[in-house]
Design a protein around this ligand. Structure first.
Ligand SMILES: [Zn+2]
Length: 166
């Protein structure tokens, strides 16, 4: 059976006794998290968040891309979140390649260049990457200065979060 078939089937049992139908749209705990998409991170579990508590924005690397900024701006201005958290992690796949090398490989494999993505945002230092992402959020003119923006590295071996000093 394909995995999509399996998970779609699982959803049928998820609906049995479903009780989350009346949650309000704005996140109850007024938190927005940007985290890496790595399959070993279950953001809600590591932070003790429940459905309806927070916005979780995920991509490869937990990068503040244009699209992550779009989501954070909507999260704050339209849905009331008041604190932003960025989560990267140890052993991230983004540490294992370089943008130019991946671009060259894909151009060669497919025989074509593309207009997007312009960057893959690979990095070589997790803490430094977190600091750069914090800066991108803090410097954005549509994100109010009073919003705390804190960054963390999650250890995939221990489950522990460590804050990155700025
Ligand atoms: Zn990662």
């Amino acid at each position: 059976m394909s995995v999509i078939k399996e998970v779609f089937k699982h959803n049928e049992s998820y609906t049995q006794g479903f009780t989350l139908g009346d949650l309000p749209m704005p996140p109850a705990r007024k938190l927005a998290v940007v985290a890496c998409m790595d399959a070993r991170l279950t953001v809600e579990e590591m932070l003790g968040l429940k459905t309806g508590d927070a916005h979780i924005i995920r991509n490869a690397g937990g990068i503040i891309t244009e699209d992550a900024l779009r989501s954070l701006i909507i999260s704050h201005h339209l849905l009331g979140t008041q604190e932003f958290m960025i989560i990267n992690h140890t052993d991230c796949g983004m540490l294992t390649f370089k943008d130019e090398e991946l671009c060259a490989k894909l151009r060669q494999q497919t025989g074509t260049a593309t207009v997007a993505p312009v960057h893959f945002h690979a990095f070589s230092d997790v803490k430094e990457n977190v600091r750069q992402q914090i800066q991108k959020v803090k410097l954005h003119p549509w994100i109010p200065k009073h919003i705390p923006v804190r960054g963390f590295v999650y250890d995939v071996k221990t489950g522990r979060l460590a804050e990155v000093s700025v």
